[in-house]
Design a protein around this ligand. Structure first.
Ligand SMILES: C[S@@+](CC[C@H](N)C(=O)[O-])C[C@H]1O[C@@H](n2cnc3c(N)ncnc32)[C@H](O)[C@@H]1O
Length: 197
């Protein structure tokens, strides 16, 4: 995403990864709701191996191919990362039902596929549905991390909708925080972290 503020990207994704690095352990089950080029799936696999599983969705076949290539290049065993070419709001029908309530973490790195024509971006309806389901599928103490990009067309609406959802969660069911750059002239990416008590 080279047209977005570099400093903000350098803050938003590393913050998301730092939170996950501190939280995940070998054997954990995770969801990557937007597989893209596979960097987040690779990161999750590195933290949860051996014994863990990453379930990753992307709506674009090109993204699934790209993610599969990256994982293969890094020697990630195919059984460690399950890639689904599907919209993330359908993940409850794709994952083994026994995993419900056992996900250690989910990441939603929203927006468009870096290097693509930006014609395929995440959108509020499916994103909100997927986030709601992911919160349901987290284990107690599980984390949901969402990286929001308000700078592209539709991105502000989606970011606002995700922030509103996180803000509206009852405190007995979730703790939500947001890390956001303040001293930028352009809309800056931010990272929302929701912890299930
Ligand atoms: C910012 S990229 C993800 C980056 C990726 N996590 C990585 O590490 O390379 C956002 C991705 O969301 C995907 N996407 C858009 N709508 C989607 C949907 N409804 N379900 C799943 N993925 C979607 C896009 O195809 C794009 O690849």
């Amino acid at each position: 995403m080279t047209d977005l503020p570099t400093a903000s990207i350098l803050l938003a994704i590393p913050f998301a990864h730092a939170v996950l690095r501190d939280h995940l352990a070998p054997g954990d089950l995770t969801l990557d709701a937007t597989a893209g080029n596979g960097h987040d799936s690779l990161f999750l696999a590195s933290l949860t191996s051996p014994g863990g599983r990453v379930f990753a969705c992307d709506i674009q076949p090109a993204a699934i191919t790209s993610a599969r290539t990256l994982l293969h290049q890094h020697g990630v065993p195919p059984e460690s990362v399950h890639l689904f070419c599907a919209s993330h709001d359908t993940f409850p029908a794709l994952l083994p039902p026994s995993i419900r309530g056992h996900l250690a973490a989910a990441i939603f790195n929203l927006g468009y596929l870096p290097g693509s024509d930006k014609s395929c971006v995440t959108s509020p309806n499916s994103t909100l549905a997927a986030i709601s389901s992911a919160l349901d599928w987290l284990r107690p103490g599980g984390l949901l991390v969402a990286v929001l990009y308000p700078g592209h067309p539709g991105g502000l609406e989606e970011s606002t909708a995700v922030r509103a959802l996180a803000s509206s969660l009852p405190r007995h069911s979730a703790h939500a925080v947001e890390l956001k750059a303040l001293n930028t002239a352009t809309p800056a990416p931010s990272t929302i972290v929701i912890r299930k008590p």
